[in-house]
Design a protein around this ligand. Structure first.
Ligand code: MG
Length: 161
């Protein structure tokens, strides 16, 4: 297996943690705006990213590699409203998708079946993530500044467990 592929997997482990940290920061911003449902959604999303990170972690140790924790930059903590925040989350997921697909492509090039197999679920996962965030951005755009709509949406996102 190439250094490029191994280092890519290790970087992805750290990037999943970084994603989780960004979503926690978004959650705190939303909580500060008293939108408990939106905050809950992002809090749960953060935990999903930490689960992804640990999945990469366990996979790396399973193939006899080790991980190092990188420094995580201070995440953005101010946003230009709810729609903008969710748009930024969508953009972040587009970046994650790009990284996962590059890694997957690299594993196919190297005919590394175990890595391809492992990454395939993340290629699928990203289709779902992009769909979820795209749908949310659309809802936020439609609702705009309408407080009735925002309250209903907040209620909907409070359901995520
Ligand atoms: Mg993830």
């Amino acid at each position: 297996m190439s250094e490029k592929l191994i280092n890519g997997l290790k970087e992805q482990f750290n990037f999943e943690l970084e994603s989780g940290y960004l979503y926690l920061s978004m959650s705190a911003y939303l909580k500060g705006k008293d939108m408990e449902g939106f905050a809950n959604f992002m809090f749960m999303q953060a935990h999903e990213e930490f689960d992804h990170a640990m999945d990469f972690y366990n996979f790396l140790y399973a193939i006899d590699e080790e991980v190092e924790y990188n420094a995580i930059e201070k995440p953005k903590n101010k946003f230009d409203g709810f729609t903008e925040l969710f748009k930024e989350a969508l953009e972040h997921e587009e970046l994650v998708t790009q990284k996962v697909e590059e890694l997957y492509g690299q594993s196919l090039e190297e005919k590394n079946y175990k890595v391809s197999q492992f990454l395939a679920k993340y290629v699928n996962e990203q289709v779902e993530e992009l769909d979820t965030f795209r749908a949310l951005v659309k809802k936020f755009e439609r609702v705009g500044e309408n407080w009735n709509g925002l309250y209903i949406l907040d209620r909907e996102l409070s359901m995520r467990k």
